[in-house]
Design a protein around this ligand. Sequence first.
Ligand code: AMP
Ligand code: MG
Length: 401
Amino acid sequence: MPLLMIPVQEAYRIITANRTNWGTETIPLPLASRRILAEPITADRDFPPFDRVTMDGIAIALEAPITEGLFRMEATQYAGEAPKLITSRGSAIEVMTGAVLPSNTNTVIRYEDVTFSEYGNKRFAALNASVNPQQNVHHQGSDRQTGEVLLQPGIRLGSSEIGILASVGKAEVLVEKKPRIAIISTGDELVDIQVTPLPYQIRKSSGYQLAAALQEMGFASELFHLPDHPESLENKLGDLLQNFEILILTGGVSAGKKDFVPATLEKLGVQKQFHKVAQRPGKPVWFGVKSGKNAVFALPGNPVSTFACFLKYVRPYLLRETLTPMKAVLSERVVFKPELTYFLTVAASFNEEGRLIANPLKGSGSGDFANLLECTGFLELPADRSEFEAGEVFSYLSFRS
Ligand code: AMP
Ligand code: MG
């Protein structure tokens, strides 16, 4: 029976259409980095909230530009003090950066542009540069006005957004809850990493790799291992579906006689959304959902396939990425005949013109683990072509954050 494969774009569309959210929670601001905002954030006051002095110097009242003048110093206005006043036209107040502009002044002259002198107990400032009204003042509300929406729900919070939240006094912020994530390896040939494998066994490695990748994205996960045995799979997966919203399985999804994962998941009520995608590596990838609560990604066991599928499907699902994907330039001609999207393993780096150049690694597509250290990601070569020329630009899935 021929395999019914769907194109990569279709698989991606299905994944994104099946995103759910897991409710919201209020958390302290210092813990909010990388979380998804769940409330609109508005300016609680004008930004800046008052006419703010932007230079250390003197503040005066001025209607038109002047090139010379002598001002009597009346007081000093420090940052954090209530506004002071000049009592006459010929007076000035010494002002510090961050102070409110004294009430009846309108321009600030930098220290560099005045010379101070003293007569008796009076202090004067003589101008040694031309001055215009409204110099060196950051006007109230010129950045944002009270009530303006600063951040929309759904965005991922980074350092800039955390700064904005602090500015508007959000000591606590409403964010989307994170799903609980289980990573489940399968395969009777796999042993724990502490164990010395027998000649025909291998260590479970990819679960750790996935957990580390999730950690880089800001998600915790727990590792499990299940044998290639239908009843144990069914029992344990049943429990895991109760306790975790996201299941990421590895192995057991191909056409082998012990590949029980897809049938078991369906038996447990996880509705298959797709199985098998026209891609290499990672063709047998399976995705399903259960009653709006669980999303289950069953990835092929070969570690390179696992990771390609993780980057293409699991990562955007969890991060709700809507950005246009990163692109890179293919450095040399590649020929790939099968009608499959080819996730070419590459070592990519920026050249002197600032372009990201992707160099294909030998053994790409074979699932060769040895390339992993040099490899920085996958270049996504479309299925409808077989010849790809040096200099062409393609989507790039980066491992490196
Ligand atoms: P499978 O998809 O179960 O047929 O596995 C494909 C290949 O990947 C086999 O050679 C497995 O031994 C290997 N493999 C499966 N799971 C893992 C894992 N967690 N870590 C390392 N290799 C794995
Ligand atoms: Mg297996």
